[in-house]
Design a protein around this ligand. Structure first.
Ligand code: ADP
Ligand code: ZN
Length: 215
């Protein structure tokens, strides 16, 4: 059973690796960031609340985020494994996750930390563009689409996330350092943490597959 948490600073490439792993192991991708963006797009009350935090780079309050994940993890499709991407991000979230997963017999057994140097994060995030329709990620220099501003996969329009600018990124990095980094120690003490440092996306994928394969 693969009950995985994927961790790392904004821009580490969590989303890209997550998409490969969920396809390979056929488990649901639970990205709190994606869930919030979906709610914002639909204009739900949750979306309105989330937008007021996300757009300038702040974390959404714990009670809201925990409630959302609790509901999602209890669904049937998580019975044979799941991949959490972007959750937990604070110690209270990690503690709540522990209680919840124990209750439902779906305890986390892998915490994968993708470590990336800060200089690289800034250029990756500020040059990032995403498809408005399917969410596929691009980069103005590193991962160009075939036609400028158009998604290769679905033809959707490529846009910049409202929080992918230097100002919001600084706030996100500060939240990461202060609130999320302490989780590395939390999971290391439980013997669950595996860190991968300074790997290109092409190098990292086979290493993650090797770690998780046959489990
Ligand atoms: P990134 O890792 O690139 O920052 P995400 O898509 O994971 O992007 O998250 C985008 C934003 O959504 C975060 O900056 C935060 O505002 C909000 N968010 C996502 N997950 C959480 C979480 N677990 N707790 C609080 N806020 C969250
Ligand atoms: Zn697309």
């Amino acid at each position: 059973m693969l009950n995985i948490i994927l961790m790392g600073p904004p821009g580490a490439g969590k989303g890209t690796q997550a998409k490969i792993l969920i396809a390979k192991f056929n488990i649901p991708h639970i990205s709190t960031g994606d869930m919030f963006r979906e709610a914002i797009k639909e204009g739900t009350p949750l979306g309105k609340l989330a937008a007021s935090y996300i757009n300038d780079g702040h974390l959404v309050p714990d009670d809201v985020t925990i409630g959302l994940v609790k509901e999602r993890l209890s669904k049937d499709d998580c019975a044979n494994g799941y991949l959490l991407d972007g959750f937990p991000r604070t110690i209270p979230q990690a503690e709540a996750l522990e209680v919840l997963t124990k209750e439902i017999g779906r305890e986390v057994n892998y915490v994968i930390n993708i470590d990336t140097p800060k200089e690289e994060l800034v250029s990756r995030i500020c040059g990032r563009r995403v498809c408005k329709k399917c969410g596929a990620p691009y980069h103005i220099v590193n991962v160009k689409p075939k036609v400028d501003g158009v998604c290769d996969i679905c033809g959707g329009e490529l846009v910049q996330r409202p929080d992918d600018n230097e100002e919001a990124l600084n706030i996100r990095l500060e939240a990461y350092t202060k609130q999320t980094k302490p989780l590395l120690d939390f999971y290391a003490k439980k013997g669950l943490l595996k860190t991968f440092s300074g790997k290109s996306r092409e190098e990292l994928t086979p290493q993650l597959l090797e770690l998780l394969e046959g489990k």
